[in-house]
Design a protein around this ligand. Structure first.
Ligand SMILES: Nc1ncnc2c1ncn2[C@@H]1O[C@H](COP(=O)(O)OP(=O)(O)OP(=O)(O)O)[C@@H](O)[C@H]1O
Length: 226
């Protein structure tokens, strides 16, 4: 059987604070299967962002291991982790983090070029993705000229640009109004489902969470079914 795209095994993370240590994750286990969309719903401050950062190899755990497509990431050097992240993982953040001085198309083309795709091919895929997210005609707009929902669509398209097998999303529609959030989220699910991407989506929105395949929460630093 092939390895799951993402597996967290006994992951621990503590933050040092003035008073001592704050243990946020205390042996978190989670496996994402290919094509599975998992909602992470937990109260503020329980460690959702921390878990996503560890899963995305942006940070290293204090204990346990993160396996990406069966490969243990803990012992790898930073450049090897970056290479895995670029090739395998897409991120969507609550505040889109688009580059303000670049157009929508460029924002989606740039990460592809960083991964070695030629400019022409990267731009063509950027245009295809923008079309899939209903943004044909907006290719040349800078983020400041797009609405919040449009910016978030561009951010989702960017996260999918390198055809990641894992998508990690931290409140991907958290800053949008209810209607826009619904629409953008439906598009996100369509794209992810259509391409068999494994996704972990942190959200405070129970309606959105119910539309995913499974809901988990964090309890005492561990991942448990919601
Ligand atoms: N770099 C850091 N240094 C110290 N403490 C941190 C750091 N990052 C997070 N924390 C603390 O760890 C805990 C978990 O934070 P995290 O951001 O993962 O929570 P969250 O569940 O994503 O919260 P929210 O829903 O509010 O975004 C919080 O108590 C936070 O204050």
């Amino acid at each position: 059987m092939s390895e799951p795209p993402l597996r967290l095994a006994g992951v621990e993370r503590r933050y040092r604070s003035g008073a001592g240590e704050l243990p946020v994750l205390r042996g978190a286990d989670l496996t994402l299967s290919a094509g599975e969309i998992v909602a992470l719903v937990a109260p503020s401050g329980t460690g959702k962002s921390t878990l996503l950062h560890l899963a995305g190899l942006l940070e290293r755990p204090d204990g346990g291991e993160v396996f990406v497509e069966g490969r243990a990431a803990g012992t790898l050097a930073d450049d090897a982790r970056t290479a895995i992240r670029r090739a395998t993982i897409g991120f969507v953040y609550q505040f889109h983090h688009l580059l303000p001085e670049f157009t929508a198309e460029e924002n989606i083309a740039l990460p592809q070029m960083a991964a070695g795709v030629a400019r022409g091919a990267a731009r063509a895929r950027a245009r295809d993705l923008l079309a899939a997210f209903g943004l044909s005609g907006r290719e040349g707009h800078r983020p400041g000229k797009l609405s919040g929902g449009e910016q978030q669509r561009v951010a989702i398209a960017r996260a999918l640009a390198n055809r990641p097998r894992i998508l990690l999303a931290d409140e991907p529609t958290g800053n949008l109004d209810v209607g826009t959030s619904e629409r953008v989220f439906a598009e996100l699910l369509d794209e992810v489902r259509g391409h068999g991407v494994a996704a972990l989506v942190a959200t405070h929105n129970p309606d959105l969470a119910r539309r995913m395949d499974r809901i988990v929460t964090l309890r005492e630093g561990r991942v448990v079914p919601a």
